[in-house]
Design a protein around this ligand. Structure first.
Ligand code: DAH
Length: 354
């Protein structure tokens, strides 16, 4: 018994971890453990022998059990100490400053334009940026010999040999979305289509990729007067001041009659101020949708008519926020983005302000 005590107490105090401890428990006091086997021997002893050996064995069993649980607690404490030594955190350190990103002026102005026109009942429509030449040109009454095709400095998609799909272009304007929406929704409809457009052009006011927003309203009695009201309301809401507009007769293949629209501005002091002075700035093209365009969209031009307009979003951002060079819009210069960008919390809404 003394040998067993010495053997197990020594082993327990030297156990390296809880698994070793468990092995020792099984070996000593488990069902087939050495101490348990000794206890089984009691039955074969004389009553006198049993009286001496019984209490001793019980005491040994208790001693081993309490040594086991004491060692277990000690191992747990040591493990915790070890963790606390390794994992520590100075909660008094100041937080690390992380710069928030900003919303690009084009995104902001797209949201502003959409908020204003949504309030007038226009839904947002979309179309592909890689467009087939039928949607980009033919359906908009621009046949292949038409000078507008070359004027637009179109990017054509390369085609592999034997590729028989119709020629595709990077859309040169958002007008093809008119066709797609008419085909998908039929009349009556009222949509705007903001998005990227592409033309091979690059100087202070032109980049090969820029943004437009298209407007289209089709119903039985839509007139030029509706167009004028919508645009005047729009400009006043957008610039936050009443803005005079001037409609100049013009020509687009997809509208008849067509008008270019100028907004009132002053050029004093070398900067443009919208809604003041007696200067004019051309900002969009518009008109009554050409019957052939309605037809291409699957809408009967005898029954329906509508207006359309197309406006440059980047240009509107430059005017509203006094940004002089369009090329900087797409340089991804962080200093520019921080300066001209908007807080992501400043979500434009009509009631919250633009
Ligand atoms: N698509 C024309 C352009 O990119 C702009 C335009 C003019 C759109 C007249 C229209 C419109 O919807 O009616 O220059």
């Amino acid at each position: 018994m003394d040998d067993l005590r010495e053997k197990y107490l020594k082993a327990i105090s030297g156990a390296a971890d809880e698994a070793a401890l468990e092995d020792l428990r099984v070996a000593a006091v488990g069902k087939k453990g050495e101490v348990s086997l000794q206890m089984r021997e009691l039955g074969r002893m004389t009553p006198e022998e049993r009286q001496v050996a019984g209490p001793k064995l019980n005491a040994l069993k208790d001693e081993i059990n309490s040594a086991l649980s004491a060692k277990k607690a000690a191992l747990e404490d040591a493990a915790l100490d070890e963790r606390l030594r390794g994992e520590w955190l100075d909660v008094t350190l100041p937080g690390r400053d992380r710069r928030l990103g900003t919303v690009h002026p084009v995104s902001q102005v797209t949201e502003e334009v959409s908020a204003i026109l949504a309030d007038m009942g226009f839904a947002v429509a979309e179309g592909p940026q890689v467009e087939d030449d039928w949607h980009n040109f033919d359906a908009l009454n621009i046949p292949s010999h038409h000078p507008a095709r070359t004027e637009m400095d179109t990017f054509y998609m390369a085609r592999g040999e034997g590729d028989n799909r119709p020629p595709h272009v990077l859309r040169t304007h958002t007008s093809p979305v008119q066709i797609r929406t008419m085909q998908a929704q039929g009349a009556p409809l009222r949509v705007i289509a903001p998005g990227r457009v592409y033309r091979a052009d690059y100087d202070q006011t032109h980049t090969p990729m820029f943004h437009q927003v298209e407007g289209l309203a089709v119903d039985k009695d839509i007139s030029m007067a509706n167009l004028k009201w919508v645009l005047e309301e729009f400009f006043s809401a957008f610039f936050g001041t009443s803005v005079k507009t001037r409609f100049r007769a013009s020509h687009f293949p997809f509208t008849e009659p067509s008008a270019e629209v100028d907004i009132q501005c002053s050029w004093e002091g070398g900067t443009v101020k919208v809604g003041e002075g007696d200067g004019w700035l051309e900002v969009l093209g518009s008109g009554m949708v050409h019957p052939k365009v309605l037809e291409a969209g699957g809408i009967d031009p005898v029954e329906w008519q509508g207006f359309a307009f197309g406006m440059g979003i980047d240009r509107m951002a430059m005017l509203k926020y006094g940004i002089p060079d369009l090329r900087a819009f797409f340089d991804s210069d962080l200093r520019w983005l921080r300066h001209y960008g908007f807080s992501s919390l400043a979500v434009p809404t009509l009631h919250g302000g633009l």
